[in-house]
Ligand binder design. Sequence first.
Ligand SMILES: [Mn+2]
Length: 307
Amino acid sequence: MNLSSVVKESKSVQSDGLVETVENVISLLRGESGKIGNLTISERLVKLEPAGEALVIGDLHGDLESLTGILKNSDFMQKMSRRKDATLIFLGDYGDRGASSAEVYYTVLRLKLAFPEQIVLLRGNHESPDDLMASPHDLPTQFQARFKENWTAAYSKVRELFAYLYNAVLVDERYLLVHGGLSPDITTAQDLAHAHLTHPEKEFLEDLLWSDPNDTVKTVLHSPRGAGKLFGKSVSEKVLRKLNINILIRGHEQCEEGFKLNHDGKVLTLFSRKGSPYFNAHGAYLQMPLSEKFENAQQLIPWIHKF
Ligand SMILES: [Mn+2]
């Protein structure tokens, strides 16, 4: 896949072209089950072999320039072509906020089609089920401006995609990757895999997509976001211990420096976009070896790239 030609296409693609690309990705995701390369898929959980290298990209929110900058500077497309154990994980929140939501969706989905066994698309709160949808949700306005009278076809197809995105990634004895945060009652990998099926009776999906770590909260508090919770260090310690995991890697929160640590290094937040409406000084991404067993997110700092 040639990145610059796909990015160029993303700027001129019409509604039918985006619809076709989303349909291809939906049919790919529908077929994903069991062992696929370094991934093992059950329901909406991906288990990733602790081998090779991973690139982790946080919230993009319609920032195409940061996405292309990360792909170029990490040289990760070359790496994925050369090595099957190079895995790219997106933490969700592809659209809304920034101006280039359609372009980011198109580029990310073309990447998935080009490297199907090496790319994981997590679900963000901006890809929530209908009863939890983020607000403001700018996609309708952006798609209307971009695709004119044909915008609804592209919009409803992208909405259809949301249900196929993954809840979580687990890297044995190392990392849990989600968009938002933890739910205090999560005890097994199956709770993660089935979170979309137990929603809304259980709060697992809501918390995975919406919750935030907080260093002063003891257990949990209602989130000022209106969905999800603020969860304290004791929740991170308990849930990660149950899952036999050292570090939670997540997105969801704007970070002035592109990343931050919470809960004494149990939680790493990545924010991979810049510009309006957040105006954080830096974005950041994580590019790390998966075989090494880091105990604390402090040890991941050398593998974080700020831009
Ligand atoms: Mn978010």
